[in-house]
Design a protein around this ligand. Structure first.
Ligand code: ACO
Length: 385
């Protein structure tokens, strides 16, 4: 068993299991079938939904339990639209942030401000209206910060837009083209929920304490930010830029692996086959992204899979959702530092659906730790230590 030691005074701890294989909650929302490489939302395989259902239909499915009828969808879209605009005080808070703040930090701050400013609305028992009210404002918070950091004024959401259109409209201040908002809509469908991932677990733990919805979602944003979870796609872009051209792929990957680095966009805790979202995003990237960039991405993917298989035999490392998210989101016109925040726009639906499920059937989530320290030390006065 490998171990990690921090300093001579630290006790050597066993290699952490990271709760692998532990069932932390029951859910009817989504499930990752890791061995088969399958993802299911409320009974629908992701291939049944991607490119067919809109993000709003999928949000309705996750929050309310079924795919909407036309009338239900129209009412649902109106409700989302009515909740998109940000309170001016939230924009004032975003104005105070430095231009070089990370957009995920701005999202976390904007959400937190929304909870404090509109505290009567977001009381202590999360419900569907709150879930809609918060998720509908994720795009606005990000877009307001995006514009403020480049010296532009935030743009108010426009009636008649779906989430993908509204996000792009609020970011760039002009009518989004179908070649941009349509792939973004499918991307949002693909990322909306994913079983008991780290950020969803975070949200459920917070909700289980009977805290409020915004606290749960703010915590989830913090968990998503890390590169082992949702923070990888901009690093995929950095990797592809650093590789630069086809001749450099093998050398670059080999150096990275020799230095013990992880290749971003590969490996997954649960999938031991290809992530089905990666397969769909690869097809989308082939159509939507710059052909030279797609070619380099594909070459890098093929070589990385070969090398990971050779150097990490038996670990079953495949392409994950983040690898081709980079190409698709870049093709949509987003800069790298907006990739993970855009993931959060989608996952806000899954997170809040999980919070609602948790509060409907709650028991405080409070696991145990294995104590490996001593228990019999005697106090000595500071003079004699
Ligand atoms: N590159 C190189 N080696 C890897 C990678 C990778 N991307 N992923 C796993 N490994 C290796 C580890 O070094 C380890 O090797 P060892 O047995 O020789 O020590 C072995 O595979 C198992 O790794 P763990 O860390 O135990 O795997 P875990 O299930 O905890 O981690 C994770 C999964 C975090 C996604 C990991 O594969 C990784 O770091 N990937 C790169 C970052 C990334 O793409 N993140 C996005 C994930 S998708 C999402 O959350 C939306």
């Amino acid at each position: 068993m490998s171990t990690a030691t921090a300093s001579p005074n630290e006790i050597t701890l066993p290699k952490p299991e990271g709760l692998e294989g532990v069932v932390a909650a029951s859910t009817a929302l989504s499930h990752v079938f890791g061995e088969e490489g399958r993802l299911v939302y409320r009974g629908y395989d992701i291939h049944e939904l991607a490119g067919k259902a809109s993000f709003e239909e999928v949000a309705h499915l996750l929050w309310i339990g079924h795919l909407p009828t036309k009338a239900e969808l129209a009412a649902f879209q109106s409700k989302l639209e009515a909740n998109r605009e940000l309170p001016p005080a939230v924009i004032d808070v975003l104005r105070l942030l430095p231009d070089d703040a990370a957009p995920m930090d701005a999202l976390r701050t904007g959400l937190s401000a929304l909870g404090a400013i509109d505290s009567e609305h977001f009381d202590e028992t999360p419900d569907l209206d709150e879930a809609i009210a918060v998720a509908a404002r994720f795009p606005g918070i990000l877009a307001a910060f995006f514009r403020l950091r480049s010296g532009e004024q935030p743009v108010k959401p426009k009636a008649g837009h779906n989430t993908a259109q509204s996000y792009l409209y609020q970011l760039f201040g002009k009518e989004p083209e179908a070649r941009h908002w349509k792939p973004l809509d499918t991307y949002l469908v693909l990322l909306a929920d994913h079983g008991m991932n780290a950020s969803t677990f975070t949200a459920r733990v917070i909700a289980s304490t009977q805290s409020d919805l915004i606290s749960a979602l703010t915590g989830a944003v913090g968990a998503l930010k890390g590169p082992l979870h949702g923070g990888a796609p901009s690093k995929v872009l950095d990797m592809l830029h650093a590789i630069g051209d086809a001749d450099n792929v093998e050398k670059w990957l080999s150096n990275a692996l020799d230095n013990g680095e992880r290749l971003m966009g590969f490996g997954h805790r649960v999938y031991k086959a290809e992530d089905p979202r990666a397969e769909i995003l690869r097809e989308m990237a082939e159509t939507a992204s710059d052909p030279a960039f797609f070619k380099l991405s594909k070459l890098t993917e093929d070589k990385a899979l070969q090398m990971l298989n050779e150097r990490k035999p038996g670990r079953r490392l495949y392409t994950n959702v983040e690898f081709y998210s980079a190409a698709v989101l870049a093709a949509v016109g987003l800069p790298g530092d907006m990739f993970t925040p855009t993931f959060a726009v989608s996952r806000s639906v899954g997170w809040s659906a999980h919070v609602l499920e948790q509060v409907r059937n709650n028991r405080l989530i409070r696991p145990q730790s294995q104590f490996v320290g001593p228990t019999d030390k005697k106090f000595s006065a500071i003079e004699s230590r």
